[in-house]
Design a protein around this ligand. Structure first.
Ligand code: SF4
Ligand code: MG
Length: 320
């Protein structure tokens, strides 16, 4: 079956400007040739440290950022070649939930206005229908009519994220890109919001790209997980396989860094040497070799190919 979303050889580089004339002196390969798909109703978790290109990937799928090259297909249609008018039509079907709901909600607008706005923008002319929809969505995310006339600052962080979720859902999208939706929330609230997202997925037949910086958060929500490092996907597999049988040393290190209940694989904490290298000047060969506890000679010169090493389990590492 046709995946809902398919990404092929997607790249994004940003120029580095320098000198008096602001000439291009280099480039940052924020996303460097990644490919994956997400089936309808599936959740793909995308994990990696900040700056690894996961948010850039999400923003390109929504076309908030133009890819440098590569192809994005939505329901089998190549949307990278879409005109603005065509894009507008499918935009309502893809929505984003942001990490910081406070920054993404207009502080001067009431909840009612915040939720009504996408409906107005997308041409829902009937005011009564809009109000009905707003109320319905508030209830779906666990808030109610009494919250309509309040402003974002009058809510707790968890409630604000519920408002962000309601806004993302109000146009009945098919795909939700959730960019670290619980990272800014207290741990006790995180589980509630994750459970809400899970329930909504079931009830509204949603497909998720769930971006996070650690493997703990995406564990119970993802069907498959992809791990990114310096603009590339280094491992991609069914969620269970990533947690119990990781293939890439970077995944191992990430797994060892967070306590994850009922994961047997977890062994001693692996402390990675050094920081993430600059994406403007990534190491040759395997970009992870400067920090990898298993690095061999060839890791410094030969780029490992991303390939299937077990059924449905992909990794890019010379150990496999
Ligand atoms: Fe480590 Fe080499 Fe594998 Fe890269 S290719 S992850 S450096 S063992
Ligand atoms: Mg980010």
């Amino acid at each position: 079956i046709e995946p809902l979303i398919k990404i092929e050889n997607l790249k994004k580089s940003f120029p580095i400007q320098g000198g008096v004339f602001g000439k291009k002196v280099g480039e940052v390969k924020a996303v460097d040739d990644i490919s994956f798909f997400i089936q309808k109703g599936e959740t793909l978790g995308l994990v990696g440290e900040s700056g690894c290109g996961k948010s850039t990937t999400g923003r390109m799928i929504l076309r908030l950022l133009e890819p440098t090259s590569g192809k994005i297909s939505f329901e089998g249609k190549d949307i990278t070649s879409f005109s603005h008018t065509e894009l507008r039509k499918i935009r309502s079907q893809m929505q984003m939930i942001f990490q910081d709901p406070f920054a993404s909600l207009n502080p001067r607008h009431t909840v009612e206005k915040i939720l009504e706005e996408p409906l107005i923008v997308h041409g829902v002319k009937d005011k009564k229908a809009r109000k009905r929809k707003v109320k319905e969505l508030l209830e779906i995310v666990g808030l109610n009519e009494s919250h309509l006339k309040r402003y974002p600052h009058q809510f707790s962080g968890g409630q604000r994220q519920r408002i962000g979720i309601a806004r993302a859902l109000i146009l009945n999208p098919k795909l939700i890109i959730a960019d670290e939706p619980v990272s800014a929330l207290d741990v006790s609230i995180q589980a509630q919001v994750l459970n809400l997202l899970k329930d909504l997925q079931k009830n509204f037949d949603l497909t998720y790209l769930f971006i996070a910086h650690d493997l703990g958060v995406v564990r119970h929500i993802s069907d498959r997980v992809g791990v990114m490092y310096l603009g590339r996907i280094v491992e991609l597999a069914d969620s269970e396989d990533v947690y119990t049988n990781p293939k890439h040393p970077y995944t191992e290190a990430l797994l060892s860094a967070v306590p994850i209940p009922d994961v047997d694989f977890q062994k001693e904490r692996i402390i990675l040497q050094g920081d993430v290298p600059s994406p403007a000047n990534p190491p040759k060969g395997c970009a992870f070799h400067t920090r990898c506890p298993y690095a061999m000679d060839k890791c410094q010169s030969e780029k490992p190919v991303f390939k299937e090493v077990e059924k449905g389990h992909f990794t890019a590492c010379h150990l496999h």
